[in-house]
Design a protein around this ligand. Structure first.
Ligand code: PXG
Length: 292
């Protein structure tokens, strides 16, 4: 079945959804994007995703040719046209068609497209049993170079780390910042639990301000857990009682092993399980309705 794609003001068949080879998104990774989930006929944290997209665009001085309200409608209408109730939506804004020089002044108008599809990240049994991961030698981009808060179209930093995970035979890799502080995984944020307290790195050390991360912090606090945003190192990860990753695509997944060190019991711990369950319940009950 061919999907219906939103592309620059029109809804077209997948086969006809094409961007120019002169688009600076293609030539230079010059653009921003969002990965968004629909659960149970609702867009999860729609406003947060739209806000983050516009904030990233502002940081790279990319003027999105739609208002936030219009962009929200694009998101909802793309889901409706594909009859998507549960799935994964990709919203992309590129600098647009330019010439072979990198100067964005030569790009007449940003290009916007939206794909409503689905995504499977990790094997299903790992959500129960936990997932082994490694630490990549690739350091997360420094905020003084390209701030990881910008969800830009240039994911080479993370892709190189993902390739290292592939070579090690595990699904995901952890990345440190330039000071050796644990930052995040290639497409997920990290949490550890020690002595009943939930820790996650603060955004300023150089991570994406994850929307699933924010939700996980909220549901963990709702369960009465103490949640602290604090810097930590691999030593703290190896010696954590529990560890899990969060991301729109991954949702929330327990980590069983890091660099060959078993985390806690080696299975999803009780607090992780409680947070995962509360997250699922929250995700299924909240969001912007697609079919009104
Ligand atoms: N860190 C990074 C670097 C990310 O790219 C997250 C954290 C989680 O953020 P949210 O807001 O989604 O909770 C992401 C998410 C993939 C993939 O295939 C991952 C992301 C985007 C697209 C694909 O792993 N980003």
């Amino acid at each position: 079945m061919s999907r219906i794609i939103y592309l620059d003001g029109q809804y077209v068949n997948e086969e006809d959804a094409k961007v120019s080879v002169f688009d600076h998104g293609v030539l230079y990774g010059d653009g921003v994007f969002e990965g968004i989930r629909a659960y149970n006929g609702r867009i999860f944290r729609c406003e947060d995703h739209i806000d983050r997209l516009y904030a990233a665009a502002k940081a790279i001085m990319l003027e999105i040719p739609l208002t936030k309200e219009e962009m929200t409608e694009v998101l909802l209408e793309t889901c409706r046209r594909n009859n998507l109730r549960d799935g994964y939506i990709r919203l992309v804004v590129t600098r647009g068609k330019g010439d072979l020089g990198l100067n964005p002044l030569n790009c007449a108008k940003p290009s916007v497209f939206c794909i409503a599809a689905d995504i499977t990240m990790y094997p299903e049994e790992m959500y129960e049993k936990g997932m082994p991961i490694i630490t990549s030698v690739q350091r997360r981009n420094k905020a003084t170079i390209v701030d990881p808060q910008i969800k830009s179209l240039n994911y080479l930093n993370n892709i190189l780390a993902k390739m290292e995970a592939n070579r090690a035979g595990v699904p995901e890799a952890l990345m440190l910042n330039h000071d050796g502080v644990v930052a995040e995984a290639t497409g997920d944020n990290i949490f550890i639990i020690k002595d009943g307290v939930v820790y996650t790195p603060p955004v300023y050390i150089g991570i994406l301000d994850g929307i699933t991360r924010k939700t996980a912090m909220e549901v963990a606090r709702g369960l009465g857990y103490e949640v602290v945003e604090k810097e930590f190192t691999l030593f703290n990860v190896y010696n954590a009682d529990e560890c899990f990753l969060t991301g729109t695509a991954a949702e929330a997944i327990p980590v069983s092993m890091v660099d060959g060190r078993v985390i806690g019991t080696g299975h999803a711990g009780p607090m992780t399980k409680a947070i995962l369950k509360a997250f699922k319940e929250f995700a299924n009950a909240n969001g912007t309705e697609i079919f009104k």
